[in-house]
Design a protein around this ligand. Sequence first.
Ligand SMILES: Nc1ncnc2c1ncn2[C@@H]1O[C@H](COP(=O)(O)OP(=O)(O)OP(=O)(O)O)[C@@H](O)[C@H]1O
Length: 271
Amino acid sequence: MSGWSANFRHALSERGVDLVRAEQLVSEALEQAADHGLAPQRMFGPATRYADLVARALRIPAATPLPVTDAPPAALRLTNVSKRYGRRHVLRNVSLEVGEGELVAVVGANGCGKSTLLQICAGTTKPTSGIVERVAHVGYVPQTGGTADYLTPAEHFALFAAARADSRGRGVATGARLATALGWRPPAGQPAGQLSGGTRQKLNVVLGELSRPKLLLLDEPYQGFDHGAYVDLWTQIDRWRDTGSAVLIVTHMLGELDRVDRVVELDAPEE
Ligand SMILES: Nc1ncnc2c1ncn2[C@@H]1O[C@H](COP(=O)(O)OP(=O)(O)OP(=O)(O)O)[C@@H](O)[C@H]1O
């Protein structure tokens, strides 16, 4: 096995992908690279970065499923969640709930733990203590990363569709349709690494919503957007909420807070 394949398999397993599935993913990647006549490193970039993307597409380790109650259904519930990095407390006893058809904003000063909170909601970071309950079907738009420089938008759509056992054709068509709602027409054949920062972020948003998740986690999703795309995104967010999805958004855009149902303000970071 080549160095890239071994590193990819190892990185997948570090990200919680089971060995059989990891083996399958390595074979698929090698096949795809061979089809294009490229070395896997050239096609997918560094193995660890590609493993990040694949793990994101495969979605997130299971959290405790939410109990069924008579109350309006919650899509996400955090109870007394805390996070420490070494001795540094980043989050202390955060509790919040986002119901289906609800839009909740997370605000707070730089470094107060907003991205960490979203990672915990997504399941990509473990809390030090506390309980996370959420629906199984989650779309996560991280603040940075989340795309592979060497794959085209269509290849991203196909990869994320495959992770949901959906066909390549349907994934690519859905991705193109969702991109239109952000005023973007994905270019054929251009890898993500050659897209502008704002356009790459549009790709990130489309990947988050590609499989119509019940819960959308958006970490400052509009970075680099021009004004038109920013307006389009908020229209999309309203639409997700109105069609019953739960949306949790990290934002510094305090002017938009009258659009949201609830605001969760995190405490200032420890000195
Ligand atoms: N993997 C990590 N290891 C150690 N410390 C980390 C790690 N990730 C984040 N931190 C620290 O946790 C704190 C909170 O970071 P986080 O990115 O969650 O803040 P934020 O509120 O999203 O900030 P911003 O508004 O600038 O995006 C920071 O002090 C950061 O340095």
